[in-house]
Design a protein around this ligand. Structure first.
Ligand code: MLT
Ligand code: MN
Ligand code: ZN
Length: 301
């Protein structure tokens, strides 16, 4: 399999267009220790790059395709992108679908919950049958996302999309088709996990990823209360459905304890100091043997 990180940032990207937090400010001032990052998406091929599945379609997809030669058309009105698999319904993961209109042929795979979001927003009718069929996927039922790429979706602790939260009692760590992870298997038998949004690494998730050779994992915030610390918001990471990286219950410690051999952080929020090359936080990730993902990063499963 070939795996390329198309976008490594969380919703809003890095730097975020309207943000002057300490990390974004480094970018705006030209500091070479931070690099631009687009919103969360991964491209996977199981046939040596002939066809590709996109895991999530970010609002930055046009730019991501532009900077990824493997995804360029090879003929008149052509794309090697054969499918899009959605892992939740937030704007950073579905917004790019709208840019994929123009009469291309590809399949959309999503849980009934996420298909419900697409179905109830008429703007997504720009993508319609028969060119772009919407296929329902079901938890724990494997499907072929692209030739040689078998995906098993599974629920992880999470919540509904931000724009569906409403005002009532919100469960931020429920398991449902609203937030899924993907177990991805190639023809060569290699397996990796893609989990860009996850509120907790609990015993059930530990069982699944235990000893995994490669996990792409939610790197939204370093500290649970980072948004407040940085003065840009009041929500904690967990409240947003994102387990923080640091701390004794954070993802870095939990992934290590689960024996995960390689982890690559994706879906990184603009406030997260691990975005700064050489920062203590970036060094802590490297010291654990893991990586802070960046756009264009190709990872061998
Ligand atoms: C998130 O992952 O928390 C969302 O991307 C929030 C958003 O839509 O901005
Ligand atoms: Mn997101
Ligand atoms: Zn910022």
């Amino acid at each position: 399999m070939r795996v390329v990180v198309l976008g490594s940032a969380a919703g809003g990207g890095f730097p975020q267009w309207n943000c002057g937090c300490a990390v974004c400010r480094l970018y705006w001032s030209g500091d070479p220790r931070v690099r631009r990052r687009t919103q969360s998406s991964l491209a996977v091929s199981g046939d040596d790059g002939r066809s590709w599945a996109l895991f999530n379609a970010s609002p930055d997809i046009r730019e991501q395709i532009g900077s990824t030669k493997a995804l360029w058309p090879r003929d008149l009105r052509d794309t090697p992108i054969c499918s899009v698999v959605l892992t939740n319904g937030d704007v950073d993961h579905i917004g790019g679908l709208i840019s994929l209109r123009e009469g291309a042929r590809f399949q959309m795979f999503a849980t009934p919950e996420i298909l419900g979001i697409l179905g109830s927003n008429s703007v997504f009718q720009v993508l319609s049958e028969p060119l772009t069929p919407r296929k329902a996927i079901h938890l724990e039922e494997p499907f072929e996302a692209a030739p040689g790429v078998t995906v098993t979706p599974f629920a992880v602790p999470g919540k509904v999309a931000l724009f569906l939260e409403g005002g009532g009692n919100l469960k931020t760590d429920e398991r449902s088709g609203n937030t899924i992870g993907l177990e991805v298997k190639g023809r060569d038998g290699r397996v990796f996990f893609y989990i860009p949004g996850c509120a907790d690494i609990d015993a059930e998730l530990v069982r699944r990823i235990s000893g995994a050779s490669l996990v792409f994992f939610d790197g939204t915030v370093w500290h649970d209360d980072e948004m407040a610390e940085r003065g840009v918001g009041t929500k904690t990471g967990r409240r947003m459905g994102h387990l923080p990286v640091s701390g004794k219950d954070g993802s870095l410690a939990r992934l290590r304890a689960a024996g995960v051999k390689r982890a690559v952080y994706v879906h990184i929020n603009n406030t997260n100091p691990m975005l700064i090359d050489g920062s203590p936080e970036a060094r802590a990730v490297a010291a654990a043997g893991y990586a802070v993902g960046h756009d264009g990063m190709e990872v061998e499963p």
